[in-house]
Design a protein around this ligand. Sequence first.
Ligand SMILES: [Zn+2]
Length: 115
Amino acid sequence: MAFEKIIGNEKIKQLLTTSIAENNLVHSYLFVGKNGIGKKLFAIEFAKMILCIGENKTSCNNCKSCIQFESKNHPDFMQIEPEDGKSIKIEQIRYMRRKNSRKTNNIFKKSIYYK
Ligand SMILES: [Zn+2]
């Protein structure tokens, strides 16, 4: 189920869940805050929810998309992180852009990136 791994932040969970349910997603989402508050987990779970093709528009853990996502093999999800722990390098951005130039697997969903 949606955001099951995340404790607290109920308002944010509701906002993001509603955005998906109402098909009211915006161009991009930025998760900011102090280290260790769960930004990465939020972003990953949100991406999984967006990509889910289950009936409830949430991460069902049973559909093809959720299974691919959990096995870290989803063709429309790419995660990049600073290689040196500090910043993302231009080579990483270029690689991501090259990969993004192809069409997504599911034309109704978006490609999701996380830094
Ligand atoms: Zn699913």
